[in-house]
Structure formats: C-alpha cells, structure tokens
Design a protein around this ligand. Structure first.
Ligand SMILES: [Mg+2]
Length: 173
C-alpha cells in the first residue's frame, strides 16, 4: 500500500497566513514522530505531496526547501520512520497541473514508482483540496481537521476523519 502525505497541517504545524521559510520555523505536529514508524511498518511506500507556493512567490528557494526537508527527514528517520520521496509544487497558478487538487504530483510519483496502485493508496491531508486530489486519483482519503475543524463529516470527499496523524496510524495497526 502507498501513503500520500500532505505536509503543512498534517506533519508540521501550519503557519497561519504564512509559510515555513526556515528550518527553525518547522515544528512537528503532536504525535507525528511517534506515528511515522507505525506508518513505515504498514505502508511499503510513503510519499509526501506538498504545495509550496512560497517558492513561486520568491519567498523561498528550492535549496531552502530542501534544507527544511533534510532536517525533517533526519528527525523522522531518527524516530524509526521514513518518507521515500517528496514532491512539491512551486507554482502560483491555481490551474497548474502539479498544484493539488490537480493530480500531477501523484502521477509523477507513479512514474517514479510504477508499483503504486492508487486503488490501494491513502491520501492524508488537512484540506478539501487534498481530499479532492486523493479522490481524483481513486484513493481513500483521511481528513485531519487541524486547521479546518468546521469541515463536516460524513463528507463525500472524506472516507475517514482522524484528529491527527498518530490517531490514523493507530487506527490501521
Ligand atoms: Mg496542508
């Protein structure tokens, strides 16, 4: 099975009306470092798919993003977890084919890992755009209400609702 993971608001605390622009602005959300090794046991592929419009806006360079991700991966691996590949969309334009809810990052992941079967995959995110991305590819969806607690459930785009990533990881053990 493959896990598609959104970043901001799922793995790290989302910065309201702003972006994570430096490693010291990246803070893991509660339970995430405990969740990652559980997810690593369950999923044979874990990929991150993240919209990072701050790059298109010129607020962050690709090298700067990679520095933030290197620190994130180091912490995850120290705790026994892993992320196999990170895909990001730097584009400003909502109509970009790589910007969720468009499917570009998922299709790129499947090109890189041809064994990815979307009907046997889960998308975890904190926005309806993430849920739409998952559904556009035929995945199961898990909604984390970290920043949008008002989203109702049951919801046609949402298959499961978990308070945080650890609750999801524990639900599938
Ligand atoms: Mg998010």
């Amino acid at each position: 099975m493959t896990l598609f993971l959104d970043r901001d608001g799922v793995v790290n605390d989302e910065i309201r009306d702003g972006y994570v622009l430096r490693p010291d602005m990246f803070h893991f959300s509660e339970g995430v470092l405990a969740a990652m090794p559980l997810l690593a046991k369950h999923f044979d592929r874990i990929v991150m798919v993240t919209n990072q419009r701050c790059i298109g806006r010129g607020l962050l360079t690709v090298a700067g993003l990679q520095e933030i991700h290197a620190q994130m991966l180091q912490q995850i691996e120290l705790h026994g977890g892993r992320i196999d590949r990170i895909y990001f969309c730097p584009d400003l334009d909502n109509s970009s084919p790589c910007r969720k809810p468009a499917t570009g990052m998922g299709l790129q992941a499947q090109m890189d890992f041809p064994d990815i079967d979307f009907t046997n995959a889960v998308m975890v995110g904190n926005t309806l755009s993430d849920m739409q991305f998952g559904k556009n590819l035929g995945m199961q969806t898990v909604f984390i209400p970290s920043t949008r607690p008002e989203v109702s459930f049951p919801h046609p785009l949402i298959d499961q609702r978990c308070q945080n990533l650890l609750e999801f990881a524990q639900s599938i053990q």
